[in-house]
Design a protein around this ligand. Sequence first.
Ligand code: 5GP
Length: 179
Amino acid sequence: MEDIIQIKELSFKKLLSKELIKKRVKELAKRIDKDYCGKNPILLLTLKGAIIFAADLMREMKIPTQIETIIAKSYGMNLSSEGKVEVIENPINLNDKDIIIIEDIVDTGYTMQSLIKRLESFNPSSIEICTLLFKPKNIVVPLQIKYIGFEIEPLFVVGYGLDYAEEGRNLREIYIKVD
Ligand code: 5GP
């Protein structure tokens, strides 16, 4: 795979190799296994960006888990979210459950904030966040993120489930936008 790729009008360069992602996903799975030993957490996968991350993460985990999905949509087609988030959940019983939100990326934190507010109304036993990527320089709302794969610079990324206008999700590595 080339180190520089083009998606529509944008150029991206390779940021995280598939080997590095695999290694980190294994480490996260091991930590979650340890922290949730004896429990049966719900992995709540945010569609669509976290699909690949969640699939790899759960296959590295040893403890019993249930997987459920939720949609958290930021409005607009821009490269950054704008603080308006719509949450659409499936009818699942979250009462007294341990939830681990599996997210592709936390940028400003607005999506996670809206999601957590919505989930709290179902009275779960606990809610933790597991995100593959985190842009600490962009965070606007205070969030406690228990599991972080990689901290990255505040630039737009694609690959490994993350898209640009619905393209690039199938890339095996993660690419970052270049000017
Ligand atoms: P936040 O609400 O934290 O600002 O943004 C979270 C959502 O914005 C993510 O779930 C993702 O859908 C989108 N997002 C933020 N940064 C990026 C990025 O660099 N690349 C892609 N593809 N999506 C992003």
